[in-house]
Design a protein around this ligand. Sequence first.
Ligand code: ARG
Length: 456
Amino acid sequence: MAKLWGGRFTKETNKLVDEFTASVSFDQKLAFEDIQGSLAHVQMLGEKGIISEEESETIQNGLKSIRGKLEKGEVEFLVEHEDVHMNLEKLLIDEIGSVGGKLHTGRSRNDQVATDMHLYLRNKVQLIIELLESVQAAIVTQAKDNVSTILPGYTHLQRAQPVSFAHHLLAYFWMFQRDKERLQDSLKRINVLPLGAGALAGTSFPIDRARVAELLGFDSVYPNSMDAVSDRDFILEFLSTSSIVMVHLSRLAEEMVTWSSQEFQFIELDDSFCTGSSIMPQKKNPDVPELLRGKTGRVFGDLVGLLTVLKGLPLAYNKDLQEDKEGMFDTVDTLEGSLSLLAPMLETMTVKREEMRKAVTQDYSNATDIADYLATKGMPFREAHEVIGRIVLYAIENGKYLLDLEMEEYKSFSAMFEKDVYDYLDPENVMNARNSEGGTAAEQVKLQLQLAEENL
Ligand code: ARG
């Protein structure tokens, strides 16, 4: 089939080359953005008299009619036309005749494709910010119900100190908050227009880039045409921010897997978010959080893939840059899918308060508090630590927890112990004693919840 750039060639392209170099199988995702960019470009061409107003209008109408067909799924993209840009240009020429060939005046696919990607990512980043917010809202809903739900807090996956379940969940709220802020900030760099850079050096036509930027809602234009068509750091930034989002998602997902295990039994995921086993009838598997955890790998891969594509590329455009798309689409799809599932899964999970509570009464996570107790009574903390260490060992050897020890047993370790030690050992008191700013005491968690809600 005749190529739009065929003039200089005497031979047909090898079929394998067509298939190898074509990107239309994946970049057709950019079709609407491509038309949006073309509409602004051609309107500016008409306004500047680079083509006649009438031609501009004919082309705009042609583009809109193709857009209508796209919406109805009536457009067929062909590998012979390589990419979405040339497919659309071909469709336009078929639609309105040779005047369609004026659309590409003063433009190159190099600034065109970069523009499409900026438009695409601008929409998707906004969507992902909204999805992150829906996860944050689900966290807040669960946190509100669980300010005084106590569970063991861990360090080294060993029981450390009891915490409020709301406090534990809200830790993720703030991680997602920073992710959201990173994405919001990245919009500053996404919302810059590459179009008008031409192939690499600008164009000899008297174009008006500011006008195109205005029509497309961009805040500014790239000041350097070679930078505009060469760099993909706005995508790298998106992929790195997304990688961090996935790290956070994956850590929360891992906790959900652990918490729903028989060993922990802290939560139960709703049936609608679990799957069964083909052989073991008793199984209810946390496939969704497992996959959230597993999908982290592909997003990291997308980031490393693009870093590698860009590293060592000379300016300006190189065909390597076509490899920027699939990773970006994949990351967008992964984030969209993951975040859309996480919010309802968090909202519908059952918090097993009794089990959590039982766990804190069957451990030594109140040990710090009796060390603090002795310290308050005047014993140097380091000495108190030593004394309590010996008490914990004694308790373990005698199959008891700290609350089970008799007064005489305490007294045998230090005369400083009095009846009030038992108040210090009570899990509620242990939790609420940590009333420092940002701590797990109910009073602090309520303040934190207020702050969290202000960010929604
Ligand atoms: N499909 C190409 C890409 O995504 C569009 C730009 C092609 N430019 C070129 N000079 N071959 O990178």
